[in-house]
Design a protein around this ligand. Structure first.
Ligand SMILES: NC(=O)c1ccc[n+]([C@@H]2O[C@H](COP(=O)([O-])OP(=O)(O)OC[C@H]3O[C@@H](n4cnc5c(N)ncnc54)[C@H](O)[C@@H]3O)[C@@H](O)[C@H]2O)c1
Ligand SMILES: O=C(O)[C@@H]1CCCCN1
Length: 315
């Protein structure tokens, strides 16, 4: 019999996980995913259970990396919350298993992993697809993902200007005061978007908040919200005129309202670009439509667990 799982909760995950490890690790994993080699990555399309009474969904996100010996599943619930609700909009828990025997080795907080791995993947998309001379970064939204995206984008790139837009000026101002570097607050989405080289949309909106008319030709957009087939963040014109990259083609056609409802063509997965199979069309306007993948969580959990074991061995 195996012993009980260790519990690794949010403060420890935050201490153990670093973007400097996560970004190269996820870049490798995205490439492996796009090989569609079952020994590298096995990841069924996640299941979504509607929590109708509570206006939410529970996603179950299993992934297995045979060559790395990593087996995990994340359970994540996300909700449409009323403005000002004290309840969190997303809550995640991750189970890391030993694939040889099937026992759960660790139960981990999944929130920090979700914030950090999503932002790290967006940063990889920007590294691959933004123009080298990019100077202005705009973030739409001021929640958890806005913060993690701010952290990794300012750690990895040297933007001359960072802007943030929220539907209320108060929240945009509060965001600016809570981060270490200079950020300009905007109460007009259009003004925040115009002239930006990179735009990250991390809102809970179900309608378009970013329109082609505002986006500078050649800009890179990382669209992270709108994770249901009838939810949107980007308008049809932007989706159709931009070159669209995704994390997973299967995920995008099943879950992305921006892809499904616009009828936009998916040009490539980020992994295809990493593998050299598809080009990074930096000179064009590009959209990376992110939905999140179980394999990103699995690789992140492995990093956390390895560091946890190293720390435990030193105690
Ligand atoms: N792609 C992925 O891998 C992935 C992973 C995690 C979360 N998400 C999605 O990213 C989005 C942000 O997640 P979060 O954890 O930061 O949530 P959060 O609740 O912490 O923040 C959401 C932000 O969106 C704003 N917002 C809400 N409704 C809006 C509207 N109608 N128009 C404009 N802004 C609005 C809120 O004011 C807040 O700033 C969510 O849609 C979530 O489902 C995607
Ligand atoms: O991949 C994820 O973890 C997220 C959770 C929330 C909804 C969208 N996808």
């Amino acid at each position: 019999m195996s012993g009980p799982p260790v519990v690794i909760w949010a403060p420890a995950v935050k201490r153990l996980l670093r973007y400097s490890d996560l970004v190269p690790c996820l870049e490798e994993v995205l490439g492996q995913f796009s090989h569609r080699d079952n020994a590298e990555v096995l990841q069924p399309v996640r299941t979504a259970v509607p929590l109708r009474k509570h206006h939410g969904f529970m996603l179950s996100m299993p992934a297995y990396m045979e060559n790395r010996g990593v087996l995990s599943t994340k359970l994540v619930c996300f909700y449409r919350r009323e403005e000002g609700s004290p309840l969190p909009s997303t809550q995640a828990t991750l189970l890391l298993l030993d694939p040889r025997v099937g026992n759960v080795k660790a139960v981990m907080d999944g929130d920090v992993i979700t914030h950090m791995r999503t932002a790290a993947v967006s940063a990889i998309s920007a590294k691959l697809l933004m123009r080298p001379e990019a100077q202005v970064l705009t973030i739409f939204g001021t929640g958890h993902q806005a913060r993690s995206h701010y952290e990794v984008f300012t750690e990895m790139f040297a933007f001359k200007e960072v802007r943030v837009w929220s539907r209320t000026r108060q929240r945009a101002d509060a965001f600016c005061q809570s981060v270490p570097g200079p950020v300009k607050a905007f109460s007009s989405a259009e003004e925040a978007a115009r002239g930006a080289d990179v735009i990250v949309t991390v809102t809970r909106s179900t309608e378009p908040v970013l329109f082609r008319a505002w986006v500078k030709p050649g800009a890179h957009v990382s669209a992270v919200g709108a994770c249901r087939p009838d939810w949107r963040e980007l308008d049809d014109v932007l989706m159709k005129e931009a070159v669209v990259y995704v994390d997973s083609r299967e995920g995008a056609v099943a879950e992305s309202g921006d892809v499904v409802l616009s009828g936009a063509e998916v040009f490539a997965e980020l992994g295809d670009v990493i593998n050299g199979v598809k080009p990074a069309l930096r000179e064009k306007t590009t959209v990376f439509k992110s939905l999140g993948m179980g394999v990103q969580d699995a690789a992140s959990a492995q990093l956390v667990f390895q560091r946890w074991e190293t720390e435990a061995g030193q105690r």
